[in-house]
Design a binder for this molecule. Structure first.
Ligand code: THU
Length: 135
């Protein structure tokens, strides 16, 4: 179920709805994300910018941090909605990689049209993962 089209549509809708709350007065590039956990919960997030520019945060990271702060660490799918189907930045790929390279990343544009999908490992090759610190 989690991997089927219905779930993907649901996640895109959720990211699209969340995107309304993006706080992006500087870039005007609103991003919404929706993260599905293996336990079946969905955590959404938006980008939150700041007058001190580097203090802002991406939508994907907000969703991941909300989930992790509630005890969730196993992720199946993250949907990201932007104006034009933009792809997650390198920092967000790295944050997602901490919790597994199998996470499916799906992208959609502002109309909710799915524009691309990848497994995280495809878009973060040779990732630096937690095992590197112990192995
Ligand atoms: N942004 C995200 O929220 N996610 C990404 O993966 C790419 C960029 C945000 C950061 C900033 O608020 C705006 O989009 C423009 O870079």
């Amino acid at each position: 179920m989690a991997n089927d089209n219905e779930m993907k549509e649901q996640l895109i809708k959720r990211a699209l709805l969340a995107r309304r709350w993006s706080y992006s007065p500087y870039s005007h590039y609103a991003v919404g994300a929706a993260l599905l956990t293996r336990s079946g919960k969905i955590y959404d997030g938006v980008n939150i910018e700041n007058a001190a520019y580097p203090s802002g945060i991406c939508a994907e990271r907000v969703a991941v941090f909300k989930a992790v702060s509630e005890g969730e660490r196993d992720f199946e799918i993250i949907a990201v909605v932007t104006e034009n189907g933009g792809s997650p930045c390198g920092g967000c790929r790295q944050v997602l990689a901490e919790f597994g390279l199998e996470t499916l990343v799906i992208l959609a544009d502002a109309t909710g049209k799915l524009t691309a999908e990848f497994q995280l490992r495809e878009i973060l090759p040779d990732a630096f993962t937690p095992d590197k610190l112990t192995g």
